[in-house]
Design a protein around this ligand. Structure first.
Ligand code: ADE
Ligand code: ZN
Ligand code: ZN
Length: 388
C-alpha cells in the first residue's frame, strides 16, 4: 500500500512538473492523429506506399505526434513548431524566423530533404515525421500568432470551470469538447470536405497557410476572448472557435496529402530514389556525383537567413523616370553563405544592374541539414519603391 501511495505521488509530481510543457506543444495528440488520418485518404497510392516504406510499415497517423516527443528531449527544436507573428503586424519572415528557426522554414527544409535523392532512408524517414507534424502545427492558429504571451501559453483562461491557458484550450481542450474520439472526429470531418474545398485549399503554399492561421488567431482565438484576466471560455466563444478548429483540421489533412503527393508521389525523383535506397542499393560514384548537393527553397525562407544585405542604389535614370518595380533574381546560396550563379528572372531593365551588383555582395547564414551545410537554390525579390 505504501508503495502504491508513493507511486501515485510520484506520478502526480511528474505530471505536475511536466504539464506546463504539454501546453507548449502543437495540437494535442488527438488533433495530429485526426490530421494524419484525413491525409491518408487523400494521398495517392504511390505516396502512401513510399511513406509506409520509409516508416517501416506503419501509417503516418501513428507518427504524427513524434516531433512533440522529440522536442521534449531536444528543446532546441522547440521553435520549429511555431512562428510568433505579433498580432496586427504584417508577416516579416526575416524578423520572425531568425536563422530559419520557425515552422515555415523547417517545414520547407524537411520537404526539400524528402524530395532530394541525396539523403538516405533514415534521414528521409525523420524528415517525413517532421513534415507530418509541422503541417499540422501550422494549422493551429495560435502557432502562427503571438500577443506577447507565447502564442497564448501565457494567457490565463477558465475552461470547464478550471484555470488553464488559451494555447492549451486551442491545442486540446476545445477539441475534446467537439469529439473526444479521434477516429469518429476524423470521419465526421472528412464527409464534409467537397472536391471544390480540396482544389481551393491546395492553392498557395506554407507562407499563405500560416498567414491564414494568423488571421484566424487575430479574429477568433484572441479577438473573441475579451479583456478579462483570466478570461472565461464561454459557450459563445466555443461557438465561434469550433468551426475554425474543424476547418483547420480538414485543411491540414488535405494539404498534408497534397505536399506528400508532390514529394513522394509517382513520377517524382524523390520517390524512386527512396525506393532504390530502401532496397539497399547505394548509388554508384558516377550517380552520386550527379546528385545535386543542393536544396530548393522558396525565397521567403532564405529571407530569414540574410546576415548582410545592403540595398541596391536607386539608379538615377529610374528615379528621374519615377520608375518603381520588382526585380526577381535566381541564385545559389553557397555552403559559405555567399551568393553564386546569380541571374535575372524578370524585372524592369533599368533596375537590373544595380540589383545584381548589390545582391552579389549579400551574405546568408548557411543552411544546415543533418549537420551538413548545403547549397540552396532560391529566388531573391528586390522591390524598388519611391517615397511620394
Ligand atoms: N512558444 C512560443 N510561442 C509559441 C507559439 N506561438 N506556439 C507554441 N509555442 C510557443
Ligand atoms: Zn500547441
Ligand atoms: Zn508541435
Amino acid at each position: 500500500m505504501r508503495r502504491l501511495i508513493s507511486f501515485v505521488l510520484m506520478a502526480a509530481v511528474t505530471l505536475f512538473v511536466l504539464c506546463p510543457l504539454c501546453a507548449l506543444f502543437g495540437w494535442g495528440h488527438e488533433g495530429h492523429q485526426v490530421i494524419g488520418w484525413i491525409a491518408e485518404h487523400y494521398m495517392s497510392p504511390a505516396a502512401v506506399k513510399a511513406a509506409t516504406d520509409l516508416l517501416g510499415g506503419v501509417p503516418i497517423d501513428s507518427v504524427a505526434s513524434w516531433a512533440d516527443d522529440y522536442r521534449h528531449d531536444h528543446p532546441e527544436t522547440g521553435p520549429w513548431h511555431y512562428i510568433d507573428i505579433p498580432l496586427g503586424s504584417d508577416f516579416d519572415i526575416a524578423k520572425e524566423c531568425p536563422n530559419g528557426q520557425c515552422v515555415v522554414a523547417q517545414t520547407e527544409i524537411f520537404l526539400a530533404v524528402l524530395k532530394n535523392s541525396q539523403f538516405d532512408k533514415a534521414q528521409k524517414a525523420e524528415a517525413l515525421r517532421f513534415v507530418v507534424h509541422f503541417i499540422g502545427d501550422l494549422h493551429q492558429p495560435l502557432h502562427d500568432a503571438d500577443n506577447g504571451d507565447k502564442g497564448g501559453n501565457g494567457r490565463h483562461v477558465i475552461f470547464d470551470g478550471k484555470p488553464d491557458n488559451l494555447h492549451w484550450v486551442w491545442d486540446t481542450g476545445l477539441l475534446e469538447h467537439i469529439n473526444s474520439n479521434p477516429e469518429a472526429l476524423a470521419t465526421e470531418l472528412e464527409v464534409k470536405i467537397t472536391p471544390q474545398d480540396t482544389t481551393e485549399w491546395d492553392q498557395g503554399g506554407i507562407g499563405e497557410w500560416v498567414l491564414e492561421g494568423h488571421q484566424l488567431a487575430q479574429k477568433v482565438a484572441y479577438g473573441d476572448l475579451g479583456a478579462d484576466n483570466p478570461a472565461v471560455i464561454t459557450p459563445e466563444y466555443e461557438k465561434q472557435a469550433d468551426p475554425v478548429i474543424e476547418t483547420q483540421l480538414e485543411k491540414a489533412g488535405v494539404r498534408l496529402a497534397y505536399v506528400l503527393n508532390q514529394a513522394l508521389g509517382e513520377g517524382v525523383t524523390g520517390a524512386s530514389a527512396v525506393q532504390s535506397l530502401a532496397s539497399g542499393a547505394t548509388p554508384t560514384q558516377a550517380e552520386a556525383s550527379r546528385i545535386p548537393k543542393r536544396l530548393t527553397f522558396g525565397g521567403e525562407v532564405e529571407e530569414g537567413r540574410k546576415s548582410y544585405a545592403p540595398p541596391p542604389k536607386y539608379p538615377k535614370k529610374a528615379r528621374n523616370a519615377r520608375l518603381q518595380g520588382l526585380v526577381r533574381l535566381a541564385a545559389v546560396i553557397g555552403t559559405d553563405g555567399t551568393v553564386r550563379d546569380l541571374h535575372l528572372i524578370n524585372g524592369p531593365p533599368l533596375l537590373v544592374d544595380a540589383t545584381m551588383q548589390a545582391v552579389s555582395t549579400w551574405r546568408y547564414t548557411p543552411t544546415v541539414v543533418y549537420g551538413e551545410p548545403v547549397e540552396v537554390d532560391t529566388e531573391i525579390d528586390v522591390n524598388f519603391t519611391l517615397i511620394k
